[in-house]
Design a protein around this ligand. Structure first.
Ligand code: IPD
Ligand code: CA
Ligand code: CA
Length: 260
């Protein structure tokens, strides 16, 4: 199987579903917006976009299974699995804000082998299907080299279920407010890619799901970055804990912010 050829097809699919999201955002009415939980929004567009993705991806690898946020197709184990979030950043989306993105990862034997994240408003398509080769709109990208928390530019997110541990991590971040710049942008998939292209130095978040992180973390790895869970382990796709960084600043984020 030639993953680069498949990746080119996935990029087309992501661009077309992204265009759908963008065109629908302008038409969104209050009655279209539902809540999955407090401050956790969903719309019919999430479901429609997911159906479009499943229908189009299905033809690329016959027999591949799906793990999707909206559950329009049931999950089954398989050699190849697509992990998809049709709309990452729904809270931004329903408020007429950005960024939001389409996130598509391909797993082979539970290891990521391909990732595509597309933000249709910025028209930024992050992509990787080969170690050492990550791109933004076709141009090679790599991580930054900043290696201290001081003057770092660091993204993070606040989990929908904020428990005591999550609160402690936010307290730890507050202690760094005098030293570095923090940003919460609201689309984990896109924010991980911002680390991949060197725009930010690191990103951390607890309470994330596989579809939020699978594509972005693979792209970041291919751009020379590092992903771990909060203890420094490699279960980050399924463990709901992620530190994604340029590598150089990773230890400081783990030791001084998320692992205590
Ligand atoms: C959310 C976004 C957000 C993160 C949340 C995610 P959704 O995804 O990635 O940045 O803070 O935890 O659930 O719900 O918009 O697909
Ligand atoms: Ca998401
Ligand atoms: Ca989503």
């Amino acid at each position: 199987m030639n993953l680069n050829i498949i990746c080119a097809e996935v990029e087309k699919i992501a661009r077309s579903v992204g265009a759908f999201l963008k065109s629908e955002q302008a038409k969104l009415r209050n009655t279209d917006i539902e809540l999955k939980g407090t401050r956790n929004f969903v719309t019919y567009i999430d479901t429609e976009a997911e159906k479009m993705l499943v229908e189009n991806l299905r033809g690329l690898i016959p027999g591949a299974t799906f793990l999707t946020e909206e559950g329009t197709v049931s999950y089954a184990e398989g050699k190849y699995t697509w992990i998809i979030d049709p709309l990452d950043g729904t809270t931004n989306y329903v408020h007429g804000d950005t960024p939001y993105s389409v996130s598509i990862a391909l797993m082979k034997d539970k290891q990521a082998v391909l990732g595509v994240v597309y933000d249709p408003v910025a028209d930024e398509l992050f992509s990787a299907a080969e170690k050492g080769k990550a791109t933004l709109n076709g141009n090679p990208i790599k991580v930054s080299s900043h290696n201290t928390l001081t003057n770092g530019y660091i993204g993070f997110g606040i989990p929908y279920s904020l428990d005591a541990r999550g609160e402690k991590i936010l307290q730890n971040a507050i202690e760094q407010f005098r030293h570095c710049s923090f940003r919460i942008k609201g689309s984990a998939a896109a924010e991980i890619c911002y680390v991949a292209c060197g725009r930010s130095d690191a990103y951390f978040h607890s309470g994330l799901s596989p579809w939020d992180v699978a594509a972005g973390t693979f792209i970041l790895e291919c751009a020379g970055g590092k992903n771990t869970d909060f203890s420094g382990g490699n279960g980050y796709i399924f463990s709901k804990e992620l530190v994604a960084s340029n590598g150089a600043i990773h230890k400081d984020i783990v030791e001084q912010i998320v692992n205590y």
